[in-house]
Every structure is written in structure tokens, then in C-alpha cells.
Design a protein around this ligand. Structure first.
Ligand SMILES: Cc1cc2nc3c(=O)[nH]c(=O)nc-3n(C[C@H](O)[C@H](O)[C@H](O)COP(=O)(O)OP(=O)(O)OC[C@H]3O[C@@H](n4cnc5c(N)ncnc54)[C@H](O)[C@@H]3O)c2cc1C
Length: 463
């Protein structure tokens, strides 16, 4: 294949399509979940590996910035670029399930919901996160903490191999035997090392879960009791506990909308009777305002979602945004619960959340040095968010988020890379502490010495 050095040449080479600002659907194709003003020179909807190789070659030859888009949910808006070119993986959606071996090869353009639905046909699961529209590529490469994390570990703990195209345009497979250092780095190190084309997952049998949404009033006492129940729960149970103002949920009486609630997303990965028993301590915390917890299939945990907004207000500075910070901490006891409830009362953001996830179980049984996700022994992950509208409000909400996060942080300043926004290099270092960073830098220097793949939480090979 000759190297394309103009967009016209590249367009002629691709089996997929190349959209530029002149195309009528460019606006729609450039959109990513967190919006933004970034306008790539071209979006390449790649149709196969050759297309990926061609775009990589073009980007290198022309020194054009390259971004790679999976599900487009990067909080740091890394899956697009201003003036560069995007490899958009969304048309690559093959999945091959081997029910006997309990493995699946899944293309990197699939979303979590698409994979969940396919695996459910075989009563099999792989845990991604809490949102179906998230791309399997971004969540897998960053780690993957979801409804099955305590029972089956992180997504990367169930990853057997990754096929990827390197900066040299070579298609390679990384697994325990082939390119083992790269395989280590791909399990948590993000999109730093190449364009992943497909992933091989080890699957678990799980015909049914008990789970869903449980809403209860939030006070210092109920939050503490809820978190104590989450700590004491069997490891089949993973809980995502949002302390927030009640959204207008149709299954919660209108009089409670806007009041401070525990909005919990619960999943028990096991037999129905044991699941019902495991839910009892949560239901006992307070009279539920809404209770949708029931036996269901795993994909039913993921309600349908809206896509990214396609229309923006005339004044783009007034597009709502989210200030957010992620951290790890020790168990959330009565003092921390009181603090959370008090601080949520201080903010006037229409949507402000302290999200609490008790970790442990299978996730904690993997050695910290076994993958590029090193925070195996941390107890609770906290995500603090506040919605803002406009630049002045943003400063206020960012300060509120920062203060609450600082008040809750215990132990080290570690961070989970998939929830880190565009927060500067020191936060990337916080995601990859100590020896993890050194090892990642060595793998980066070997596979991408020119830092072609830098639209990510970047590990600079020159650093
Ligand atoms: C609403 C929402 C809910 C979430 N819930 C969870 C959760 O419960 N648990 C959790 O662990 N995380 C969660 N996340 C975080 C999520 O895992 C990350 O944002 C993830 O990176 C998104 O992946 P993506 O493919 O959708 O994103 P993208 O924006 O497409 O990509 C994210 C990063 O991965 C790189 N990348 C994408 N595809 C490839 C590829 N094929 N090869 C190489 N690099 C690639 C991109 O360049 C970018 O740097 C959530 C995010 C959102 C917005």
C-alpha cells in the first residue's frame, strides 16, 4: 500500500469512509459524549485493519495529530482532536463467542451493552461498567470497574489477549506469551500503545442476577448504615451508591424529587434466594422511596440511554458541564457520611453527586504489580461530580468538588485512570504510582517511542 499524504489520497485508500467538515454528517460524526468544540480535520470510520494501518501511516507521514475513538465516553475528551484525524472504530462490531471454552473475541468498536446482549444468549457475562453505551475499548484498556467487580474482578482480570496495530503499522497479538510486557501495560495503561482492534475475554457463567435501583432518603445515619451494609455484603454483591438530589425518577413519588437520597445501583451475581437475602440489609436501612431490585438478566441492569446531545445552545459557553474528581479512600464510616450529607447541602448545583463504590473481593486478590492497575488494595472508590453552567459557575463547582474530594481522601492520592478528566500530568502519575509508571514508560518507549498515541492519559516516552 502506498502511503497517503493528503486526505484525498487517504479517502481513496480506505474501505471505510472519511468524513471532513464539508460532509453533511460531519457534525454528527465528530460528536463525543462530553461534547466540546474540538473539530478534527477528518474522521475515518475504519472498516478493517488495513484502514487503521493506512490512517496511522498518514498521521505519521504528515505529522497530523491522531485520536482514537471507541465508545466516545472519555471524560478528558481524548477520543477527538482539534485539527487532527480520528480513527473511529464504531463500525467494527464482530463478536465471536466460544461457549465451550467460555471465551469471546470482541471487536474494539462494540459497546458494553452490545457485548452484554450477545453473551446473554449463552448465559455468559463479562463485567464492564455501569453504562451500556461506554465503549469496551476505553473501559478495558483503563481497567473496568462495574457491577461484577467484587465477584469476577475488573474487566482486565478477565482479559486473555489484545490484538492491536502499533505505531509502526504492524498488527500484533499481546497475551501472556506474546509481548507479555505489552499485555501487562494494556491492562490499565489506556490507549498509549497502539490501536486495539479486538479483545479476547474469559467469560463467566451467570444466567441471572438480583439487582436494580434502590432509592432511600439520605441522612448521615442512612448513608453510614448503607455503606456498612455494602462492606458486610458477600462479594457476589457490588454496589454503586450515589448520594445525590433525587432525579425525576418515574418510580419515585414526585414529592421526593429533588430531596437528598441514596440512589443505589445494586447487583448480586448469584442464586436468587441468596440475592434476596443479600438485599435485606440494604432495604432495612430506611423505607425505600423506590425499589426496582428484582431477579433479572445481567443486561437488564442497563436501562436504555440517550446519546450525546446534537444541538447546542447558541452561546456555547453556556453548555452544561461537569466538574469531577475521582479518588480512593478507606471505609466510609459515620463521620465521612455526615460530611458527605453536609457538603451536598452546601452546593446549589442541580446535579451534585458523591458516588461511593466498595471494592475488594476478586479485584483485591490480584497482585498490584500483576497489571498496570495498581490500586488493588484500596477500599472504596469515590467519584464527586457537580454540574455547572457557564465559566463563572464552573469555578464555584470545581472548588466544591475539590474541597469535598480533599475531605474524603485517605491514604495515598491514587486515582483510577478511567475517571480522571483532563487534569494534568500529575494526575496521570497518581493513576500509575511508583514502579507501575517506570514499567509503563519502558513499554511505551519500546512500542511508541515517537508518542504518536498521545491523545490519552499520556505516558511520555521521553519523560
Ligand atoms: C456515563 C459514564 C459512565 C461510566 N461508568 C464507568 C464505570 O462504571 N466503570 C468504569 O470503569 N468506567 C466508567 N466510565 C469511564 C469509562 O470507562 C471511560 O471513560 C472509558 O475510557 C470510555 O471508553 P470509550 O471507548 O467509550 O471512550 P473513548 O472516548 O472512545 O476512548 C477513551 C480512551 O481510550 C482510547 N481508545 C478508545 N478506543 C481505543 C482503541 N480501539 N485502541 C486504543 N485506544 C483506544 C481513546 O483514545 C481514549 O484515550 C464511565 C464513563 C461515562 C461517561
Amino acid at each position: 500500500m502506498t502511503l497517503a499524504t493528503t486526505l484525498e489520497e487517504l479517502r481513496a485508500q480506505l474501505a471505510g469512509r472519511l468524513a471532513t467538515p464539508a460532509d453533511p454528517d460531519y457534525e454528527q460524526l465528530r460528536a463525543v459524549f462530553y461534547g466540546g468544540d474540538l473539530r478534527p480535520a477528518a474522521v475515518a470510520r475504519v472498516a478493517n485493519v488495513d484502514d487503521i494501518v493506512a490512517v496511522i501511516g498518514f498521521a505519521r507521514a504528515t505529522e497530523t495529530e491522531l485520536a482514537v475513538r471507541g465508545g466516545g465516553h472519555s471524560g478528558a475528551v481524548h477520543s477527538t482532536t482539534d485539527g487532527g484525524i480520528v480513527i473511529d472504530m464504531r463500525d467494527l462490531k464482530r463478536i465471536e463467542v466460544d461457549p465451550e471454552a467460555r471465551t469471546a473475541w470482541a471487536d474494539a468498536g462494540l459497546t458494553a451493552a452490545e457485548v452484554n446482549a450477545k453473551l446473554a444468549e449463552h448465559g455468559l457475562v463479562i463485567g464492564f461498567g455501569d453504562t451500556g453505551t461506554v465503549g469496551i475499548a476505553g473501559i478495558t484498556l483503563g481497567g473496568g470497574v462495574g457491577y461484577l467487580v467484587r465477584k469476577f474482578g475488573m474487566t482486565i482480570d478477565n482479559l486473555e489477549a489484545v490484538e492491536l496495530v502499533t505505531a509502526d503499522g504492524e498488527l500484533i497479538t499481546a497475551d501472556a506469551e506474546r509481548h507479555p510486557d505489552l499485555f501487562w501495560a494494556l491492562r490499565g495503561g489506556g490507549g498509549n500503545f497502539g490501536v486495539a482492534t479486538r479483545f479476547k475475554y474469559r467469560l463467566n457463567e451467570l444466567p441471572q442476577v438480583t439487582g436494580g435501583m434502590l432509592v432511600q432518603p439520605a441522612t448521615a445515619e442512612t448513608v453510614a448504615a448503607f455503606m456498612a451494609a455494602a462492606e458486610a455484603a458477600p462479594e457476589e454483591l457490588s454496589a454503586i451508591v450515589n448520594v445525590m438530589n433525587c432525579p425525576p425518577l418515574p418510580f419515585v413519588a414526585e414529592e421526593h424529587h429533588g430531596s437528598l437520597v441514596i440512589f443505589a445501583l445494586l447487583c448480586f451475581a448469584g442464586e436468587t434466594d441468596a440475592g434476596e437475602a443479600a438485599m435485606a440489609p440494604f432495604r432495612a436501612v430506611a423505607e425505600p422511596l423506590g425499589d426496582l431490585v428484582r431477579p433479572m438478566t445481567y443486561p437488564e441492569l442497563f436501562p436504555p440511554e440517550e446519546g450525546p446531545p446534537t444541538e447546542e445552545p447558541a452561546d456555547s459557553s453556556m453548555v452544561p458541564g461537569f466538574a469531577g474528581l475521582t479518588l480512593f479512600t478507606d471505609p466510609i464510616g459515620p463521620d465521612e457520611s455526615a460530611l458527605i450529607v453536609e457538603r451536598l447541602g452546601w452546593s446549589d448545583s442541580p446535579m451534585r453527586v458523591a458516588q461511593l463504590r466498595v471494592l475488594g473481593g476478586a479485584m483485591a486478590r490480584v497482585a498490584p504489580e500483576a497489571t498496570a492497575f495498581a490500586h488493588r488494595q484500596r477500599h472504596v472508590m469515590v467519584n464527586v461530580w457537580a454540574m455547572y453552567v457557564g465559566p463563572t459557575d464552573r469555578v464555584v463547582k470545581e472548588a466544591w468538588v475539590r474541597d469535598l474530594a480533599a475531605a474524603l481522601r485517605r491514604g495515598d492520592d491514587g486515582a483510577y485512570v478511567n475517571f480522571v478528566n483532563d487534569e494534568g500530568p500529575e494526575r496521570v502519575r497518581a493513576a500509575y504510582p511508583g514502579a507501575t509508571w517506570d514499567r509503563l514508560a519502558a513499554v511505551k518507549a519500546r512500542y511508541d517511542p515517537g508518542n504518536l498515541f498521545h491523545r490519552n492519559h499520556n505516558i511520555d516516552p521521553a519523560a
